[in-house]
Design a binder for this molecule. Structure first.
Ligand SMILES: C[S@@+](CC[C@H](N)C(=O)[O-])C[C@H]1O[C@@H](n2cnc3c(N)ncnc32)[C@H](O)[C@@H]1O
Length: 448
């Protein structure tokens, strides 16, 4: 296909070029001032008010911090300020009309010229409410963008975006969500329009970004609006049954209770017991990490009748210890366990290993590799913050894959399991643990 025919097809796929109308009006937003003066922008005032009225944000925003991303002329920033908020507005270019209204209103909105991707490092703090209106499709990395928005939000983010099936999304609910990618001018004849999502894709990406609850507010014309909440709905005042018991929380990729906020994917693997003999689906589960809800990806029953479920670590947590608790939709919360985020490993004084055994037969001092072996042992001296990334389990000079790092038992020891490769030479090997630069005394383990 020639470049020209590609161009024609692409251009005809999506029109929506409003640049001439905008030029004629001069302003994108409309305004009415306290003295009765009016600015009649491309977007009618009634439409702006209607959009704002749909947002599930308090009428009284006093004491609340609001971030308006991609504020343009700033009507939404000034409106939240009018409702009492302490508002920060950002845009990637300085918009003179914003500054004009700012002066005219005597506004205290804090206006920053920042690119969206500069936000995480800008040190602006977190916000009760984030307005992310009409910006998503301008960004090259939409899922990362939603994750950044999630990390900046403590209560609710309002995400409005161009979508490709606002009028027809109900007809293909359940289909795989779709994202159209626009390399150049396909959408609106603008080269900074990068993607067009289906409504289902917008909702799925908001969920995948880390929001606990994602609710479609409206879809129509070419737009959809979504309310994205960081917290679960309130637990029922009268729970239907007792809460689950949270038995264990581990990092699903690198065993231990230690997590990194810098990794793109960290999963909390939770083991819990239900007080009733019931089936459990991901939709039943409400995990909370320091008040932020996170959705279950899967849940399965274990052989001993307990359940294991996986959840994504909420984005943009600061370094520290965080409480983790779980409830079913119809119960109160479980006991709390805790995880460490971005905390460096503490150096143990001494590491002591006992009861090294075959992880299947529990025979001491040996491990069988027939059919895939693994070794179990108990270790004392570990700090509370522990990660397989800081630990080496050595059989001879071969590092074993650590599959489990338990919590400290009443004996002061923690159980650790590791896989033994099937091609390991049979016979006696030195067995030794290293953690954060400290090594245990080697002891002999026979590979059978
Ligand atoms: C369609 S307007 C939306 C205006 C307003 N939020 C609304 O919904 O009425 C998009 C705004 O996002 C801004 N924008 C686009 N890309 C951006 C980026 N990378 N970082 C910050 N702002 C951006 C544009 O300058 C513009 O003000």
């Amino acid at each position: 296909m020639s470049e020209n025919s590609t161009k024609t097809i692409r251009e005809s796929a999506r029109g929506l070029d409003f640049s001439q109308d905008l030029l004629a009006k001069g302003w994108y937003h409309s305004f009415e001032f306290p003295d009765g003066a009016v600015i009649d922008g491309y977007m009618p005032l009634a439409v702006q008010k209607e959009r704002y009225a749909r947002y599930p944000i308090p009428d009284d925003l006093r004491g609340k911090r609001v971030l308006d991303i991609g504020a343009w002329d700033g009507w939404f920033s000034f409106e939240t300020e009018r409702h009492g908020a302490q508002t920060i507005a950002i845009d990637c270019v300085e918009i003179p009309s914003f500054l004009q209204v700012h002066r005219r209103l005597g506004s205290k909105v804090d206006y920053r010229v920042l690119d969206f991707y500069e936000l995480p490092a800008a040190g602006l703090g977190k916000f009760d409410v984030v307005l992310f209106l009409g910006v998503l499709y301008h960004l090259r990395h939409p899922l990362l963008a939603l994750e950044i928005v999630c990390g900046l939000t403590t209560d609710v983010a309002i995400v409005e975006s161009f979508v490709i099936d606002a009028e027809t999304w109900r007809e293909h609910q359940g289909a795989i969500p779709t994202l159209e990618f626009y390399e150049t001018f396909e959408l609106g004849n603008q080269y900074d329009n990068w993607s067009g999502l289906t409504v289902a894709c917008l909702l799925a990406m908001c969920r995948a970004a880390g929001f606990a609850r994602v609710e479609l507010m409206y879809a129509g014309g070419n737009y959809a609006g979504v309310a994205c909440y960081r917290k679960w709905e309130a637990a029922p005042a009268q729970p239907a049954s007792a809460p689950p018991e949270l038995l264990f929380v581990s990092n699903g990729r690198t065993p231990g209770n230690s997590f990194s906020s810098r990794k793109s994917e960290e999963y909390l693997e939770c083991v819990f017991r239900s007080p009733t003999d019931r089936e459990v689906s991901p939709q039943d589960l409400r995990l909370e990490v320091s008040g932020f809800g996170t959705r279950a990806i899967y849940v399965q029953r274990r052989e001993d009748g307990s359940w294991a479920a996986s959840f994504r670590l909420p984005p943009a947590l600061d370094p520290g210890w965080y409480p983790v608790r779980l409830r079913f939709a119809e119960t109160g919360f479980s006991n709390e366990l805790r995880i460490a985020v971005d905390l460096p490993a503490e150096r143990p004084d001494q590491l002591t290993v006992k009861d090294v055994c075959d992880g299947k037969s529990w025979e001491r001092g040996q491990v069988s590799i027939a059919g895939g072996g693994f070794v179990s042992f108990w270790l004392s001296g570990l700090p509370e913050n522990r990660s397989a990334l800081d630990m080496r389990v050595l059989l001879g000079d071969i590092p074993l894959q650590i599959t489990w790092i338990g919590s400290t038992e009443s004996s002061g020891y923690s159980q650790i399991n590791a896989k033994v490769p099937p091609d390991l030479a049979k016979g006696a090997h030195d067995f030794q643990i290293r953690f954060a630069g400290v090594s245990s005394q080697p002891q002999v383990v026979r590979v059978l």
